[in-house]
Design a protein around this ligand. Structure first.
Ligand SMILES: Cc1cc2nc3c(=O)[nH]c(=O)nc-3n(C[C@H](O)[C@H](O)[C@H](O)COP(=O)(O)OP(=O)(O)OC[C@H]3O[C@@H](n4cnc5c(N)ncnc54)[C@H](O)[C@@H]3O)c2cc1C
Length: 385
């Protein structure tokens, strides 16, 4: 009978405890949680609905979903992937729904159902829970210790030789100064390509204009891809916007179609842009709104195409997205054996969840990383003793 201490009672720690206690009934498993209760963050995920995983449709390369940790994720997802997550929760009575955007939620739309399911497993598995217990160093005496303390908490390892990648935030929105753009607050544009000038960071998706700048999936994705770069440059730079998402060729083609179908520029706008946004972009291109297409000339047309395909906005600062964020950085993955998630330097020490240098874009991928790594840890510990 082995004794296992799990530090951190969040998604990863609790899932690991639930799985391990089911695999090895009677083992002495303890969760040490700093907060007053288990899974406080899980309870508010997905706006209280808990986007617990994703069907990964449309993800061609795992690095699109996991800008950090894609290689380790390939391994752990191969052993416990999104279908396994669904099966695990469904077998315990949670009905799930896959949304058209491939995000998976409990049909109850209630994150507390996920929390209660894990709590029930922990209870029936005889796991001991000690809340209000902030651990400052790796406890001694247990056969295995699992570090599942979440993002930005790997400092507990200071003093060990284990390499830590400095934590920086990911998943945020950007503050744009341009008053004209901000006055379009509430505008949603599908299939935009965003980029950061002078870098190769690009993202595609829906853009939302807010009263402080830009948000929506395309912005959050960009913030994830460029998390470390943006931290290094103090969250300032130039945002590149391809409003039609298809580069200069698509913009040129759409503009020439519009020009042949209408006499005035104001009377015609690309289907994916609202009339208000179109009017703003036409003005940005230095064109009178009531001008006729015929008056534009090749220079005017080029300016319009350029504005549509390669618009630029200085940004300065970041803002939270509905309080959601994850930490980029944590325990360096070269420190960890991917088959077991055990430390290469400290035998018997395992890692699960966001404490690792693994993070993802929004859509349920972060929680999937917590479930997958925790499952691998539970499996490894159960086989070791
Ligand atoms: C508002 C919000 C919404 C989110 N929504 C989603 C979503 O819908 N889908 C998705 O995939 N991801 C979402 N995420 C990200 C997701 O919540 C995290 O990736 C996930 O919770 C990571 O799980 P974890 O167990 O590794 O860390 P956590 O859930 O952060 O748990 C770590 C636990 O360790 C405890 N702890 C820390 N230090 C110590 C210590 N020294 N001693 C003892 N205990 C300690 C903490 O109190 C905490 O309870 C969201 C994040 C936020 C902030």
């Amino acid at each position: 009978m082995a004794s296992v201490v799990i530090i951190g009672g969040g998604a990863a720690g609790c899932f690991c405890a639930a799985q391990l206690s089911a695999l090895r009934p009677g083992w002495n498993i303890t969760i040490l949680e700093a907060g007053g209760r288990l899974m406080a963050k899980l309870a508010v995920t997905g706006g209280g609905r808990c986007n617990l995983t994703n069907s990964f449709e449309g993800i061609e390369s795992l690095s699109e979903a996991y800008p950090r940790g894609d290689k380790v994720m390939r391994k752990v997802l191969g052993r416990f992937g999104w279908r396994d997550t669904c099966k695990w929760f469904e077998e315990r009575g949670v009905r799930l729904v896959v949304q058209p955007d491939h995000c998976i939620f409990p049909a109850s739309q209630d994150a507390m159902q996920i929390v209660h399911t894990l709590e029930d497993c922990i209870k029936s598995g005889g796991v001991q829970v000690r809340c209000g217990c902030r651990t400052k160093s790796i406890p001694e005496g247990a056969d295995a210790v699992v570090l599942a303390t979440g993002g930005g908490t790997a400092g507990i390892l200071e003093g060990t030789e284990i390499e830590l990648v400095p934590p920086v935030p990911s998943l945020f929105t950007l503050k744009v100064q341009d008053e004209g753009l901000r006055s379009l607050m509430g505008t949603v544009v599908e299939n935009v390509t965003l980029g950061i000038a002078g870098t190769r960071f690009r993202s595609q998706g829906t853009l939302l204009v807010t009263d402080w700048g830009v948000s929506g999936p395309a912005t959050l994705k960009l913030s994830s891809y460029a998390a470390r770069h943006l931290s290094d440059c103090g969250y300032s730079g130039t945002l590149l916007v391809d409003w039609l998402g298809g580069g200069e060729n698509l913009a040129r083609q759409i503009v020439s179609e519009l020009a042949s179908g209408s006499r005035t520029i104001a009377n015609s706008h690309p289907a994916q842009l609202t009339a208000r946004l179109w009017s703003y972009l036409v003005q940005r291109a230095g064109i009178r709104e009531n001008a006729r297409w015929g008056e534009l000339g090749s220079k005017g047309l080029s300016r319009l195409v350029n504005t549509l395909a390669a618009d630029t906005f200085p940004f300065c600062g970041r803002a939270k997205f509905k309080e959601e964020f994850v930490t980029c950085g944590g325990v360096a993955l070269r420190e960890v054996k991917p088959d077991t998630m055990e430390s290469r330097r400290v035998p018997g020490l395992y890692f699960a969840g966001e404490v690792l240098d693994i993070d993802a874009i929004t859509g349920g991928f972060n929680l999937q990383a917590a479930w997958s790594t925790a499952w691998v840890v539970a499996q490894a510990i159960s086989e070791k003793f």
